[in-house]
Design a protein around this ligand. Structure first.
Ligand SMILES: [Zn+2]
Length: 409
């Protein structure tokens, strides 16, 4: 293994969009997981689109809550003493009206995509020792759903399909929603798996533990999202994400698990719309191109901490012999040593250490501190795995970057 910086020529080529070839994908800045006044947000959809324009985003993906309905059955007489509470959601607003409202906000500058946040299940717990009237559990275990074009597919999602009085049902309610969405050609990503929740819900307590284990117990979904408030242990080298990717490489999972950045945004006072963005490699600024990129892992995640977020120009694997190359979300055949390149920009000049990590099969293969504003790191892996993956992480004072993997297979 040897490390070498490639000087000027390469850095100039990737830093300057004018040099990009016509068939290079565009890098769209996309804000994902946004709630409007249609569900739990405080800002109307048109005003969110205006904020997104101001923030310089190329696309926003709304994910208003699909259904917000709970039943409190009073023990021991729940069969006839029960209270149903329903709050605003996509289904109370109307699925077709939701799709039409959001699509009508798209302009040549800003693409607006309708998605959903689905809470497939909660269970009800009541014990004589509860201080409050009881506890609903697991309501904040959420899935993000994209690309459902047909309002009927939204209306018929199997939400709250399991009896809440029978206790925890493990992965089954989530697996059922994943299958319903993918059967309709939609995309499903787990939302905020590291986020637990303790709150109040009317007269009862609302309790959810973090749920990384559900990603290992379910299949057929496209990935997961990370947000700024997470511990991000999930995406550390050798964490749950790397285990899922290793399972895919070993043939124990049928599809890869991609990373997305999510805001879980409800109001502008919490944080700006560009605090977490997903950079999407799309051939054009259309819903189809963005959804295709999300399905195939052609994206990476940027958290902005400083004034200007760090930038990734390129993460690429290239065979030393022959012409094979692979970028984010792609695969390269194992034909001998590989040259791995990570280039980018540190972001705004807050003091502090900035480092780039190259992770191979769940372990840190290379780590390098970057001090210059622009960085361009090239490593050679003399013995790449026959089946495996590489991914890159940037950690600096101005922000964080997580790439999706490049597979060797
Ligand atoms: Zn959520």
């Amino acid at each position: 293994m040897r490390g070498a910086r490639v000087p000027l020529a390469c850095a100039l080529l990737v830093a300057c969009p004018a040099f990009l070839q016509a068939d290079e994908p565009r890098h769209l800045k996309v804000a994902l997981h946004i709630h409007s006044t249609i569900s739990t947000g405080t800002v109307a959809p048109a005003a969110i689109a205006a904020l997104a324009n101001q923030a310089g985003l190329d696309a926003v993906v709304f994910t208003d809550s699909a259904l917000r309905r709970w039943e409190y059955g009073l023990w021991p007489a729940r069969a006839w003493i029960r209270r149903v509470v329903e709050q605003p959601s996509v289904l109370t607003f109307g699925a077709k009206r939701y799709l039409d409202t959001l699509r009508s906000l798209s302009t040549p500058e800003l693409l607006v995509l309708p998605g959903l946040e689905a809470a497939p299940f909660y269970s009800w717990r009541r014990s004589p020792f509860d201080r409050r009237g009881g506890q609903i559990r697991g309501w904040n275990q959420h899935l993000l759903v994209f690309g459902l074009e047909d309002p009927r597919a939204i209306r018929t999602l199997p939400l709250n399909a399991f009896d809440p009085y029978q206790g925890d049902r493990g992965a089954a309610p989530y697996q059922r929603v994943i299958e319903a969405v993918t059967a309709q050609g939609g995309l499903v990503f787990w939302a905020h798996p590291e986020t637990g929740h303790v709150g109040e819900h009317g007269p009862v307590e609302d309790y959810t533990d973090p749920y990384p284990h559900l990603l290992e117990l379910t299949s057929g979904y496209h990935g997961f999202a990370v947000t700024y408030r997470d511990k991000l242990a999930f995406v550390e080298a050798g964490g749950v994400w790397d285990r899922l990717l290793a399972a895919y490489c070993a043939g124990r999972r049928r599809q890869p698990v991609w990373i997305l950045g999510e805001l879980d945004w409800r109001k502008p006072e919490e944080h700006p719309l560009d605090r977490v963005v997903t950079m999407v490699m799309a051939s054009e600024r259309t819903a189809e191109a963005v959804l295709r990129a999300l399905r195939t892992g052609r994206m990476w995640v940027v958290f902005r901490i400083g004034r200007q977020a760090p930038v990734l120009h390129r993460f690429e694997a290239r065979a030393l012999t022959g012409h094979a190359t692979a970028g984010i979300g792609e695969s390269i055949a194992p034909t001998g040593p590989l040259r791995i390149q990570v280039s980018g920009r540190r972001g705004s000049p807050e003091p502090g250490q900035a480092r780039v990590f190259l992770i191979r099969d769940g372990a840190v293969l290379q780590m390098e501190e970057v001090t210059a504003e622009e960085f361009d790191l090239v490593w050679t892996d003399d013995a790449p795995p026959a089946r495996g993956f590489y991914r890159a992480v940037f950690q600096g004072p101005a922000g964080l970057i997580y790439t999706n993997p490049i597979f060797v297979r």
